[in-house]
Each structure stands twice: as C-alpha cells, then as structure tokens.
Design a protein around this ligand. Structure first.
Ligand code: DX5
Length: 225
C-alpha cells in the first residue's frame, strides 16, 4: 500500500520581500514548510539564520534542513521553535556515536505543552548526491526520516540528478515504513520518478514559487503518474 506523499515547499525560492504572503499562498495546500538553514561553510551560501526564522508565522509544521558544519549547535537553537522535524547532513557528522547523540538530542528536544502531551520532533539524516547509502548504514534503521538530495545543496533552481533514485529504491526496499524525503529539482516531471522510486515526502522550491497557480503546482507533485 503506497504511503501518502507529503509536500514540503522550500521557502528558499520564495520572494523574501513578501515572505508572509508567499507562505500564505501555499499554506492551504502544503503539508510541511521546509526551511533551508545554510551556514556558508557546509554549502557556499547562507540562508535562514534563527533570527529570521523566528519571525516566520505559519500554520504549517516546520521542517528544518540544516546544511551546516555544526548541526548539533544549530539543532539546539532551532528546537526552540518547536519544529516538526530537523534534518542534519551525514557529511557533517562522520562518527556513529555523534550521529546517534544528535538524533537523540533532536527527539528529546520535543516540548511538553500545557496538558503534558509531549510534542515529538522527528530526526532526519540527509545524504548528498555523491554520498552512498552505505555511508549511513550505521544509523539508517534508527532515523525517523531519510533525505536523499537530488541536487548538490546550496541553491534552488538546480537540475534534478536522476542517479540518486537508486538510493531511494534501495532505502525503500530495506525500510518499508521509513519517511523518505527528496529535495532538489523536483517538479511535475521529476516528482513521479521520486514517488515511484519510493519517496513519500517531496521538497520543492522553484517549481512551486515560480508557479502562477500554486495549488495546482503542489497538487501535480502528489501524483505518481
Ligand atoms: C537546495 C535546497 C533545496 C532547494 C530546492 O540546497 O536544499 O531545498 O531549495 O529548490 P528547488 O526545488 O528549486 O530545487
């Protein structure tokens, strides 16, 4: 039975001068809102420091994608926003113990609200196109989300790299219930390839924010045909 496909627009491609309106324009149709946090060191770009993300108001769950060299430090900071998910890059955390510690720190960061119900923050690990799935064999069975990048991170509007689909197929075969997210160059033509390979969470920036009809653009990503 196919898992439902979540759509997470990436606001890296939105009009920063009209960010509240841009978020409102996709809110009714999207599932998560992806925030691309970049430190200018792990990737050659900087984006979305905590101070900027603190000003964002949205009904959508926040999906924090840490493209940073020190994800543990950033995760601690961003947990204060009570996000739905925080994903760090395997390329930035090389040791299994450190990966495990960070996964645990993210999960434990969930807030207890008034009725004592702990809101769970899920923890994800991301791999760039050149990184093999075997690089994360140590923790793949323990993560809540796997992000398979289909572009080299740092900028929106890049071309989809189809060879990464092999990693999605393999990960889905090994972990039938895992949330597998893909990010980079996802539009109405590449989304079906991702879904058929086994992805059930798609990040898209330029395709959505360049579309005149964003409801239609988001709906087109959910179809695997
Ligand atoms: C790239 C970011 C992606 C990017 C996606 O480093 O991680 O989230 O914003 O944008 P598109 O969909 O335009 O490739």
């Amino acid at each position: 039975m196919a898992l439902p496909v979540l759509i997470a627009p990436s606001i890296l491609s939105a009009d920063m001068k009209r960010l509240p309106e841009e978020i409102k324009s996709i809110e009714p149709f999207a599932d998560w809102l992806q925030i691309d946090v970049m430190d200018g060191r792990f990737v050659p770009n900087t984006a979305f420091p905590l101070t900027q993300v603190q000003t964002i108001r949205t009904t959508l769950p926040l999906d924090i994608h840490l493209m940073v060299e020190q994800p543990a430090e950033y995760a601690r900071e961003f947990l204060s926003l009570h996000p739905r998910n925080i994903t760090f890059h395997a390329e930035a955390v090389r040791k299994t113990d450190d990966r495990r510690a960070l996964l645990q720190a993210i999960r434990k960061g969930g807030a207890t609200d008034t009725v004592g119900h702990v809101r769970r923050v899920t923890a994800g690990i991301a791999i760039n196109p050149p990184t093999p799935l075997s690089d994360i064999a140590d923790v793949l069975g323990e993560v809540d989300l796997l992000l398979v990048m289909s572009v080299n991170p740092g900028f929106g509007g890049q071309a989809f790299i189809p060879s990464v689909l092999e990693k999605v197929i393999e990960a889905r075969r090994k972990h039938p219930a895992l949330m597998i997210q893909m990010d980079g160059g996802i539009d109405a033509s590449t989304a079906p390839l991702c879904i058929r390979a086994g992805a059930n969470n798609l990040v898209s920036g330029n395709f959505i924010f360049r579309a005149a009809d964003r409801a239609k653009a988001i709906a087109s990503l959910r179809s695997s045909v």
